[in-house]
Unconditional design. Sequence first.
Length: 139
Amino acid sequence: MSRTQLVWLHVSAFLTAATGVVFSVMKYLMKSSDEFAVVNHPLQPHMLAAHVVAAPILLFLLGWTFSNHMLPKFRFSEENRRTGIAAMWLIAPMTLSAYLLQIATNETLRQAMAVAHWITSGVFVIVYVGHVVLGRPSS
């Protein structure tokens, strides 16, 4: 993987995770003092918009690194495989749940996709960070 790919991948993963966490905190942990407010924080819609913009960039960069990092390492390398394979397997459910969350009109399905997205995204971030830390050369 080129240095450019690595930097862009790390930046997009950080931005996607950070905007997702901040949006979730605003939506689920904050309460507005105005009982008629639609959002709990004035920046909540902007954080969701930032997350919805950052996530496809991350997905593009994951696809960009597939052919020259993920696939060769999956086929031919024994180093750092467990975290890499776990992260690879989490991409599809994380992405699918995010997409279905945006288009679901049934409240039960929307809630199920939200929970699925929280779980898969949270585990992906943990595994991704572990993969990066374990993949660094020791000094």
